[in-house]
Structures are given as C-alpha cells and as structure tokens.
Write a protein that binds this ligand. Structure first.
Ligand code: NHL
Length: 263
C-alpha cells in the first residue's frame, strides 16, 4: 500500500509512528507543509487549496492508494471536497477523540487539550455538545497556545514546556479528570510529561492509534496490503528540524525538500 500523509508541520508524524506499529509492507510519503504553517491562522479557502495541491502531488508523484489528513484543521476545511474529488482514494481525517474518552471515563470527567483554533471551531463545539448530552460527562477544555511551537522547535522537555503544561493541567488535576484527549497530533510528543504531571492517574487518547486501526481495516478490505518492509519518506515544503523527526520516527528513508504548487 502506498500511503500519503500530510500535516502543516511535524505533528502528523505521531500518526505515522502509530501506523508503523500496526502496518507492514507499505510505503509512507509524509508531507510537512511548514512553508504554510500554521494552518490555524489561514482561511478555510487557503487550507483547501494547500490540501488539494499536496494531494495532487502525492497522487501524481507517488501514486498513493490512501491519504491521511494528520491535521485537524485540514480535516475540517478539506476532507469533504477531497472525498468528492477522489472517490477511489481511501481518505481518513483527524478529529479529537472525544467519543472514546466518554466511553472510557470512570470519573465522568474528561479533559481535552487542543489548539485555540480547534476548540473555537464549530466542528469541535458541535461534536462536544452532541456527545456530552448523550452521556452526562463534564468536559474540561484547555487551549494550549504556543505548545505546538515549542514542539516544532524540539523543546519537548524544556522547563518552559513543562511550566506551560503544569499550568494548563492544574484544573484537570484538581477535578479528577481521568481521561485526556490529545486533540492535536503534536501532543503525543509531550504525552509522558502530561502523564507525569497527572501522577500517572490518567489515560491519554491518541487519535493516531484509531486512525491506524481504521487504515489497516480499509487497506485489507481493498486488498492493498502486502508483506514486506515499511518505508517512511519525509518531504517538507519549507524547513524542518531533523532531530525532531528522529525523535519520532526511527527508521525513515530520507528527507527531501519539495516544491508543491502552493500559492
Ligand atoms: C502551530 C504552529 C506551527 C508552527 C510551525 C510549524 C507548524 C505549526 C503548527 C501549528 C498548529 C497546527 C496548525 O497548523 O495550526 C495545528 C494543525 N496541524 C491541526 O489543526 O491539527
């Protein structure tokens, strides 16, 4: 199977990392659109255009069978259009895993960490309202402005990053939150720090795992899976920090800077 994955930066690599745990015999082509990051500050029309350009590149140059939108913002702005444009492509998007968190919580209190743009978006609000009215749970939402920037810089365990997390997590600690949704693909990279601050009394919902299981099922159904090695090719439209890539993915093939027709 040839799988295309994209995000505005390196966060989507946590989805690739989860995929490498369940999928064998595949070529993964990852695009970090760092030239246009952050998507959260762009209009839906711009994000749709970036997503279409990257998808066309992945189809034309790498003949992908499946596309993963490892980005909440791109999923909201582009997934519907992409599915209509490419009906034979397997297309999977990302959204905060509130549903599994609600099914799993025992204290009835869940936390959601996400970017300000995701938490303010209509899509998130509708989903959270609908799910929390079905089963009575309290949702503690926390926007984490600046956290993605810390992670992209490679500051996974710096004092600044830990300090930010401690401040943001203290309402969740005080209120017995037992399940936290990592509502942005970057956040699994600070998962261990989050667990430590919560004294390990918490389970984290990592959307990359659900995406990988879903991709495996669809790949088997469509007969795209074969035996053999898994290879990860990494592309970027701008700059990326290689040490951050290496801290997420151990065995990648190469990193290449590409020009996608992005305007
Ligand atoms: C914020 C700032 C960035 C700075 C440099 C590179 C990548 C960045 C990504 C983000 C957050 C990101 C976005 O593009 O807004 C969140 C997005 N990937 C999402 O909604 O999942």
């Amino acid at each position: 199977m040839r799988i295309g994955v994209f995000d505005s930066g390196l966060g989507g690599l946590t989805v690739v990392q989860a995929m490498t745990q369940v999928i064998k015999g595949a070529q993964i082509f990852y695009v970090a659109d760092t030239k246009n990051a952050p998507y959260g500050e762009k209009t839906p029309e711009q994000i749709l255009q970036y997503s279409l350009n990257i998808t066309n590149y992945l189809i034309n140059t790498h003949q992908i069978d499946a596309l993963i939108l490892a980005c909440n913002t791109a999923t909201s702005s582009a997934i519907q259009h992409l599915r209509e444009t490419y009906p034979s492509l397997i297309i999977i998007g990302t959204e905060p895993g509130i549903k599994p968190a609600i099914e799993q919580t025992r204290t009835g209190k869940i936390g959601v960490l996400a970017t300000p743009a995701t938490l303010q978006g209509d899509k998130y609000k509708t989903l959270a309202q609908m799910l929390s009215s079905q089963k009575s749970v309290d949702i503690f939402e926390q926007a984490c402005p600046g956290l993605v920037e810390q992670i992209e810089k490679g500051e996974l365990e710096s004092e600044v990053t830990k300090g930010l997390l401690e401040t943001w997590l203290s309402p969740m600690r005080e209120n017995n939150v037992d399940t936290i949704v990592l509502g942005c693909t970057h956040y699994p990279l600070v998962g261990q720090s989050i667990e430590k601050i919560m004294d390990c009394n918490v389970s984290l919902i990592h959307t990359g795992e659900a995406i990988s299981r879903h991709l495996l099922t669809l790949g088997i159904q469509k007969g795209h899976l074969n035996e053999g090695d898994l290879q990860v090719h990494i592309h970027t439209t701008g700059e990326i920090r290689i040490e951050v890539v290496e801290s997420i993915i151990e065995n990648y093939v190469h990193i290449q800077v590409i020009e996608v027709d992005n305007h």
